[in-house]
Design a protein around this ligand. Sequence first.
Ligand code: CDP
Ligand code: CDP
Length: 208
Amino acid sequence: MSFTVAIDGPAAAGKGTIARAVAAHFGFAHLDTGLLYRAVGRRVLAGEVPVDAAQELAPGDLANPDALRSAAIADAASRVAVIPEVRAALVDFQRAFAARTGGAVLDGRDIGTVICPEAAVKLFVTASAEVRALRRLNELRAAGHDTDFETVLADVRLRDARDAERAIAPMIAAERAVILDTSKMSIAEAVAAAIAVVEARGGAPRGD
Ligand code: CDP
Ligand code: CDP
């Protein structure tokens, strides 16, 4: 039987961290759907294809997620993500993942609204732009990127606006989504809150 947990929200809110932990706790599979858009964005950025042919690349090469974590690729991802054909090319893969037997957690921007409107659990994970920018700054610095708080904050705000204002599959909390503001939460607190929501919706650890 399938059991889908949909996690949406803005950049660096903690979606991926929560999704990974929830998946590990319940024994579900996890898909970071942002990587699909980042993979397409990387190839457009590298000049491998023009942006209007980006859909031909989907679902993209996910061999090395770490190489997809830069700010430039995040920006390119959000530019290709406004193209209807790119989004359409990625739908089947995501829906098939969501429907897999044994439970699945998907995180992104449109999981609870477009990819999986029937998800058993919908979470919209958010935090203030400043908190998110600081988290992302720490991550980028740890990965060796030379950047500063103001630059990261501006990037986060620009990308949030592009994601929230696009015509197709905009980032918005789905109906029935539980909003989780992690601004003042530790990772452990945010993960515990998410697990409690999943349990309240009937999620149980998978018995192998
Ligand atoms: O997936 P998303 O972009 O929403 O965020 P993430 O990659 O899960 O989290 C971004 C960064 O914030 C990571 O380095 C997390 O360790 C950190 N984080 C945090 O400090 N406190 C939280 N409550 C959640 C995440
Ligand atoms: O980790 P972070 O939250 O910063 O970004 P991400 O989840 O890797 O997503 C990168 C970009 O891909 C987003 O800014 C969106 O433009 C796009 N995206 C999307 O449109 N729909 C999704 N389901 C996931 C990502």
